[in-house]
Design a protein around this ligand. Structure first.
Ligand code: TXA
Ligand code: MG
Length: 318
């Protein structure tokens, strides 16, 4: 039976209504600075199970727990000095830390997929923070899209994918970062598990040491790391400087004459990341039976996260 999905605004009333739905075990889409999350009470087995049902996720991948601050995070995970240093430097913000789970954490085992580690982040978005305060507990939240599809950076993306499957979405406009959080594993030597909103260079500067690269595409530690992911319907080609006629060409920088769309006309990686998932959707609509071609994006800073997502969008489908 489809349920009626309410669209709530980001006023104190809308946020109070969203918090009440979460307390009752419901699912609420909400904005973060990276992408929209699909939130549920992380202590409630039934609520977290419904996340997998709503997304149509084939496996119980572990979920990120969202909390309002470091003190709340420390009630669920064990922080060593490196974890404290990264939290001090980047929270609130687009960084997720994978840390040893505390025995007394009280989280649903579905959130951690039965692992002895937990992924935690403190989002910066004011509406996410207001919702966490109003709800008063930990929110498990993957990106609010059907499994394997493009991540949502606007409330209408959430509705396109999940209307009828979730109780509500809080609409607060487009996300500013536009790619998911960077995930760093700190249950051993620091490892980059997923590139994202905090550039690798900034993390290495804060740690004072290089990060090992974690994650084998086929045996992923972070299952967002599956080779084919973020897939539009149209085929995707990368590093294209001369598109074919049937391709919708997406430019980057000033040297893409005739591009149908651009991630950033000036070549600004921050602007490009914020536009990325929205462009994939628009290009998919324009492409029909054709294909999408992306101009080259430099492999530095946020460009690494953008290229990582684009390679998955372009990967052969299973
Ligand atoms: O920006 C973001 O991180 C967004 C917003 C909503 O916060 N969330 C997000 O969640 O991207 P999701 O579920 O799409 O991706 C979470 C990733 C998955 O690849 C998952 O495998 C990994 O985090 N993860 C969660 N817990 C983990 C753990 N204990 N060990 C390793 N990876 C973990
Ligand atoms: Mg996701």
């Amino acid at each position: 039976m489809p349920i009626k999905t309410q669209s709530l605004d980001a006023t104190s009333q809308g946020i109070a209504a969203a918090a009440a739905i979460l307390r009752a075990g419901g699912l609420v889409g909400f904005p973060t600075e990276t992408v929209y999350g699909l939130g549920a009470d992380a202590r409630n087995d039934r609520a977290t199970a419904r996340i997998f049902e709503a997304k149509g996720r084939p496996h119980f991948n572990p979920l990120i727990v969202h909390v309002p601050d470091l003190a709340a995070a420390q009630t669920y995970a064990v922080f060593n000095d490196q974890a404290l240093a990264l939290a001090a430097a980047f929270w609130p913000g687009p960084l997720t830390l994978v840390l040893p789970l505390r025995q007394d954490a009280g989280l649903s085992p579905l959130v951690t997929a039965g692992l002895n580690t937990v992924a935690i982040r403190v989002p910066a978005h004011p509406t996410a923070r207001a919702l966490l305060r109003a709800f008063g507990g930990p929110l498990a939240a993957p990106s609010a899209n059907p499994s394997g599809r493009i991540s949502p950076t606007r409330a209408d993306h959430v509705l396109t994918g999940l209307a009828g499957r979730i109780e509500a979405v809080v609409d607060d406009g487009p996300c500013s970062v536009g790619v998911e959080s960077t995930i760093v594993g700190l249950d051993g030597p620091p490892r980059l598990l997923r590139p994202g909103g905090v550039p690798q260079e900034a993390l290495e500067a804060a740690l004072g040491a290089p990060l090992a690269l974690g994650g084998d595409a086929n045996k992923p530690n972070a299952p967002g790391q599956l080779a084919s992911h973020y897939a539009p319907n149209a085929r995707v080609r990368l590093n294209v400087t001369a598109p074919h006629t049937e391709e919708v060409w997406i430019g980057f920088g000033p040297d893409c004459p005739g591009a149908a769309l651009t991630l950033s006309a000036t070549g600004d990686l921050v602007e490009a990341a914020a536009a990325l998932f929205h462009m994939l959707r628009r290009a998919d609509d324009l492409a029909g039976q054709g294909a999408i071609a992306f101009a080259p994006i430099p492999e530095t800073g946020l460009g690494r996260a953008i290229n990582d997502r684009l390679r998955r969008a372009a990967a052969p489908r299973p």
